[in-house]
Design a protein around this ligand. Structure first.
Ligand code: ZN
Length: 366
């Protein structure tokens, strides 16, 4: 069965001045996929998204937030200018509409998977979503696409167990906030790898943030030290994420995919910077998650685009992800980056041990 790519030109109209989260992120990715013969091919059909309804956006967001975005977008349209929520989070005249289609892209992809038209899907969408919580937009994000997608599965598709895997370099704090106490409508597991919040925006996602109430133990944060490369990522997957996912047995897996983990990305100058993943590293983590999806949910995975600011490398990483989803092995590779000995020791001796300790009460695998 093919792998769908969800995209619409409206995503380019969410234009942002002086930002790194720019329309070119999608333009270049699309062009690269076209050059590689992947775009709208037999194996990778192109799917046009529909618009999410306001009721669906309300699954996770307050009316106030939705109104604020609509009104700010209207002002931007009238004045033909960019308006600011905060220093990072900017809207243009079409941002409200583009945001509804960004959410809708996720829902359309999910529909196509559940209807058996595609095995899995990739949402080449903007604006991203994982920093927005129920009442606040942040970090380039407007509506939380992945959180709404999870609630859509619970409320409209009778899916009871959803795992969200967030591998963006930044912690998915908005998604975590929304599901910190769980969901009333199903079982939601949120697993996040990200650069340690002591060294990077948004400064959250520590090992002791494990959820509460119905969500207790269902929030799993793996804050990676700067310079954690593919090796450390694999270590965390094998020793923390995989055992939990195997015990949880998801019925559907959603991925918040950020490509700002690539070693050419320098997010925090002077701090050792970034996670040093390679193109094959991103492919490997996709493969790991796909193996879990095949075991428990017929390979059903929908991936939504979050960050990624090295535009050419992002396009290549997306290509690799798509190839893996389609069971292809001829992926792009680059020179392996030697694991940093101190970072590996820290991960094994401190981080993983602490995670096992914190989560042992909730997961029998630990
Ligand atoms: Zn990011």
């Amino acid at each position: 069965m093919p792998v769908g790519i969800i995209y619409d030109d409206i995503y380019l109209n969410h234009a942002e001045a002086h930002s790194v989260e720019v329309p070119e992120r999608l333009i270049v990715a699309k062009k690269y996929l076209e050059e590689k013969g992947v775009w709208n091919s037999k194996d990778f059909p192109f799917i046009k998204p529909r618009k999410a309804t306001l009721d669906q956006v309300r699954y996770v967001h307050s009316d106030r937030l939705i109104t604020d975005i609509r009104e700010l977008s209207e002002v931007a349209a009238k004045t033909n200018s960019i308006r600011y929520f905060d220093m990072d989070t900017i809207v243009s005249g079409d941002s409200y509409e583009a945001s509804l289609y960004s959410v809708g892209g996720n829902l359309t992809g999910i529909d196509n998977i559940l209807e058996g038209k595609i095995i899995s899907g990739f949402g080449l969408v903007r604006p991203p979503g994982h920093h927005s919580n129920s009442h606040k937009c942040a970090g380039f994000c407007i509506f939380n696409n992945i959180a709404i997608a999870a609630e859509y599965l619970f409320r409209e598709k009778n899916i009871k167990k959803v795992a969200i895997y967030d591998w963006d370099c930044h912690h998915g704090n908005g998604t975590q906030d929304i599901f910190y106490n769980g969901s009333e409508n199903g079982e939601l597991l949120f697993i996040s790898t990200h650069q340690d919040g002591r060294t990077l925006y948004p400064g959250s996602g520590f090992v002791n943030e494990i959820g509460s109430g119905k969500g207790a133990g269902y929030i799993v944060n793996m804050p990676m030290a700067p310079r954690s490369g593919d090796y450390v990522n694999q270590l965390l997957f094998d020793q923390v994420a995989a055992p939990i996912l195997n015990e949880f047995k998801p019925e559907f897996i959603l991925i918040s995919a950020g490509f700002d983990t690539h070693h050419t990305t320098h997010l925090t100058p002077g701090m050792g910077t970034a996670l040093f993943w390679t193109l094959q590293g991103t492919a490997n983590i996709t493969k790991n998650i796909k193996t879990i999806a095949e075991k428990f949910c017929n390979g059903r995975i929908f991936i939504t685009l979050e960050g990624g600011y090295r535009i050419d490398e992002q396009a290549q990483a997306i290509y690799n992800v798509l190839k893996v989803l389609n069971n292809e092995t001829d992926i792009l590779t680059e020179k392996e980056i030697e694991p940093d000995k101190l970072v590996v020791e820290y991960t094994q001796d401190k981080l993983i041990k602490q995670l096992h300790k914190n989560l042992a009460e909730y997961w029998s695998c630990f």
